[in-house]
Write a protein that binds this ligand. Structure first.
Ligand SMILES: CC(C)(COP(=O)(O)OP(=O)(O)OC[C@H]1O[C@@H](n2cnc3c(N)ncnc32)[C@H](O)[C@@H]1OP(=O)(O)O)[C@@H](O)C(=O)NCCC(=O)NCCS
Length: 156
């Protein structure tokens, strides 16, 4: 993900109506300062999805996935899983041994995506905590999931 992707990613996030919209500035920073940890998906030259994250500064063997999203017309054809696999395979991420993310308690497609990803890799998926709605302006609770172990990449 590059800094130039920021405005388009920001627009895509708003378009989903599901993801928590951050400022365009936040997505520009994400692309510029954490771009090596995230990526965008393009089809016919158009940005159709993205995934963002970073290594947890407290525990760099844990890769935190912040947001993943696809345009509505790109969903339901395996691209979410493809993006996740590409995300954990990025040179900057591939040494991580665990993936953590949060899923809004009422977001079934997101929950299913992470369950399917875990199953495909023979990894466990465990709820290890939550950010409660009292922290989130009354929005749905975000359950923290930990998926481990991630597949080990032998090269790079
Ligand atoms: C979550 C999201 C990225 C999933 O991407 P996707 O490409 O549609 O998912 P995939 O096609 O790779 O499917 C992955 C798994 O989830 C399941 N799944 C996907 N959408 C589903 C839905 N609406 N209902 C139930 N299961 C669903 C699939 O069946 C598949 O499981 P399987 O391998 O057991 O068959 C996509 O729905 C999206 O962009 N949603 C809006 C943004 C969002 O909610 N992001 C997550 C919060 S950070």
């Amino acid at each position: 993900m590059k800094r130039e992707d920021g405005p388009t990613v920001s627009a895509l996030v708003r378009e989903t109506g599901i993801l928590d919209p951050n400022s365009t500035y936040a997505y520009v920073l994400l692309g510029d300062r954490f771009g090596q940890h995230g990526l965008v998906a393009e089809e016919d030259g158009k940005l159709i999805g993205f995934v963002s994250g970073f290594l947890d500064p407290r525990e760099p063997s844990t890769l935190f996935l912040w947001q993943i999203g696809l345009r509505a017309e790109a969903r339901g054809r395996g691209l979410g899983k493809k993006l996740l696999n590409a995300f954990i395979s990025l040179p900057a991420n591939r040494r991580a041994r665990a993936l953590e993310t949060t899923v809004a308690i009422d977001n079934l497609p997101s929950r299913r995506l992470f369950e399917a990803f875990s199953r495909d890799h023979g990894a466990s998926i465990e709820a290890i905590g939550a950010y409660g709605s009292e922290l989130l302006d009354g929005n749905s609770e975000e359950v923290i999931f930990r998926i481990a172990p991630l597949p080990s990449h032998t090269s790079g």
